[in-house]
Design a protein around this ligand. Structure first.
Ligand SMILES: C[S@@+](CC[C@H](N)C(=O)[O-])C[C@H]1O[C@@H](n2cnc3c(N)ncnc32)[C@H](O)[C@@H]1O
Length: 308
């Protein structure tokens, strides 16, 4: 049956209560064709494709917040451009312009720093919530977080007792990752933060014989290293997975995820099966458990690969 999306879908009060009960205050509150609204603590981010949508979503936000008794302190708005190069930081549209632009969001009891001034992305990808919970559930001993950004997956792994290695080109993002560890009172002593190109770092780990129980592969659609080397997800994801398999422990799990619109779950599965065959390894795949605050297909396509 085809799902018909209404003008905009706001989550209902029962789900707001359920999030509150599990100590989560970072979630999608509304999704429409032309934009969406997310909550981070007591702040709200409206993402929109045109000014009319921004105005409509902001008006609807007032009505919805009254209905669910949510008192927001600020509203930020972020334009969704067609080209990634045109992405900009959110701007404050409601609230105290003198206050600092950071806040803290809570997800299933863990805390993550949010920064509305740090760029287009604010610090936490909420559509990875179930995947972070899955990491906590399976309690890995070791976790390799590739393209770690603010190390949210590493925090989830550390909280479950894992030794983590977080790899990202951006030192600033890794510093925010360390801050996220501190926010959750986790010492960084048995955790590594590596500011390098994942594609170069993985072979180095393999040569040293290092292996991991969980490997997170959530690369951007496109990036360029400081030395000018390009990463293009459609072209390079397969090579990335082959490199990751070299450091994957027996019975380990590998998360494959992407925001690239031309790669869906089926494409990730075909790639995963091809790479298993190429490396003569056996395994199975399963999708991310459903996100109750996202209409089907609205989050990043995601697949877990479990090795035998
Ligand atoms: C989509 S974000 C990853 C989000 C992260 N998995 C999470 O759930 O929070 C992409 C990150 O990849 C990093 N990055 C891009 N190309 C890279 C590369 N070749 N090696 C290491 N990190 C890279 C960027 O700096 C950025 O922080």
């Amino acid at each position: 049956m085809q799902r018909v999306m209404r003008m905009s879908e706001w989550i209902d009060p029962a789900l707001v209560k359920a999030f509150e009960a599990e100590q989560t205050n970072a979630y999608r509150v509304c999704t429409s064709e032309e934009g969406w609204v997310e909550r981070y603590g007591t702040d709200v981010l409206v993402s929109y494709k045109d000014e009319g949508t921004r105005e409509r979503l902001t008006t609807e936000l007032y009505l919805w917040s009254l209905a669910v008794n949510f008192k927001f302190t600020r509203v930020f708005a972020r334009f969704l451009p067609k080209q990634n190069a045109q992405r900009e930081s959110p701007r404050l549209v409601v609230g105290d312009a003198g206050a600092n632009l950071q806040t803290i969001a809570t997800e299933r009891g863990l805390q993550y720093g949010i920064d509305f001034a740090a760029g287009y992305s604010v610090g936490l990808f909420i559509d990875q919530r179930q995947n972070r919970s899955f990491v906590r559930e399976i309690r890995p001993k070791t976790l390799l977080n590739c393209f770690a950004y603010t190390c949210a997956f590493s925090v989830a792994g550390a909280d479950a007792g894992a030794h983590t290695v977080s790899v990202d080109l951006s030192k600033k993002s890794l510093d925010r990752g360390r801050e996220n560890f501190a926010l959750n009172s986790h010492s960084t002593a048995s955790h590594r933060f590596v500011a390098e190109d994942v594609m170069e770092f993985l072979p180095r780990l393999a040569r040293k014989g290092e292996k991991f129980d969980v490997i997170i592969l959530d690369p951007p659609t496109f990036s360029r290293t400081h030395r000018g080397k390009a990463f293009q997800v459609e072209r390079d994801f397969e090579t990335l997975l082959l490199k990751a398999l070299e450091v994957a422990e027996r019975k380990s799990r590998i998360l494959l995820s992407t925001n690239c619109t031309s790669l869906n779950e089926r494409a990730l599965e075909v790639m995963a099966r091809f790479c298993l065959k190429a490396t003569r390894r056996a395994g199975s795949v399963h999708p991310e458990p459903p996100l109750l605050d996202f209409p089907p297909g609205a989050g990043a396509p995601t697949l877990w690969l479990t090795l035998r």
